[in-house]
Design a protein. Sequence first.
Length: 464
Amino acid sequence: MPVPTITDPPLSTAGKLPGQPAQKSMTKAERRELQEKQRAAKAALKGQPQQQQQAKKEPAQGKQQNQTGGGSLASQVKAKPPPTPQRKTFGAEVTGTKQHPSTSKDIGSSAVAEDPTAKQLSHGLRIFSHFGQPKPVAHSVKGDIHPAIIRLGILFSEFKICGANARCIAMLTAFKQVIQDYTTPSHNTLSRHLMTHLSPQITHLVSARPMSVTMGNAIRELKLEISGIDIDMIEQDAKDSLCLKIDNYVRDRIIIADEVIQELAGNKIKDGDVILTYAKSSVVEKILLTAQEDGKKFSVIVIDSKPLLEGKVLLKSLTSGPNPIPCTYALLPALPSLLTQVSMVLVGAHALFSNGAVYSRAGTAMVAMMAKGHSVPVVVCCETYKFSDGVMVDGFTKNELAPLSVIQKNTKLHDLSSTPNLENLNPLYDLTPPTYITAVVTEVGLIPPSSISSIPLALGKTSL
């Protein structure tokens, strides 16, 4: 008996893509694949009602393509692109791979919306893509963000406020305004809802520039104070109490701590000393100015480096006034020729880790290493609120990149972004191993790097 030939079914066959052979002539695997494609097509059509209406205007085209069905399933699947939610009529997709105009428009818009900083790392610097990058936040405000936080985020992203102490004080000052303008919603308590209100403010600041260790420690202290507020306390009294706690934190952990460090480190400066410092540290600046006011005769060598060139600000502060300090300004490559006349290296810190390593401005590790080679003591001035109980062994695990705008401003090269084969990589921090540090001056005393982990005990705490 001759085997009947199976021809294409009519267009009215339900549940089959146009142009596909009958299911009886298909293997079990082919039928399963066809069913999966049909389910995906139905799910796509449910989410695109507007595209369905547009597709109804093209019945003739779909009917023509349905009549031209035939051939093996493998060849048809190969010629047909994956089902997209932009089209309802699948016949046109069987014979052609033309993309829907809306799809190409979406791809183009996403390419235009790429962050220029991300484009900076698109070629050979993907290994550094995990480094934090400041972002412009003037037009990316999301959620209920206080105007003081928006203003502060812009200042952070543009590096108008720079330095661990300055950033922490500015953040806490802005939080005081947020707290005073806050109103507890009905059926809520301040101790539970205020932290929910502060979370988007913190997220906005972090999106402007990666959070420093000092900011993280201050936020943890603030959360602890908020959670300890009595739920029966009057709202305004609770807000005034929180603002007072913030003022006390700034006074005790930063201002008074700096005054104690000034006295301890100033006692190490003698007449005739040559003090070398790198970049700019607010506490080192206060130490040098206080020692000069005490009548000590010494000179300072300011070593600086790109891209921020913070040493220029320190140099201006030390040489201005009625009784300026004799200073020498040089860039980092001139360091070896100047170390022979240096009596002590005095640098600041961005953070202090429990293994004794110091996280500071990029170039500090080189200064400390070369000073160690010349038997010059290296003294780090750091407040205890910069302490982190974590361990850091290099500057690659966590770092921050200087934005391209800052690089162009300080290098006076305004065409860096248009140079095709030029990659810009400027990490802002590095890690100085404890072996290159002689002592760390804190408000609880002079501590050797091997005893940094004892700072919480010196503060009367089991942990920070």
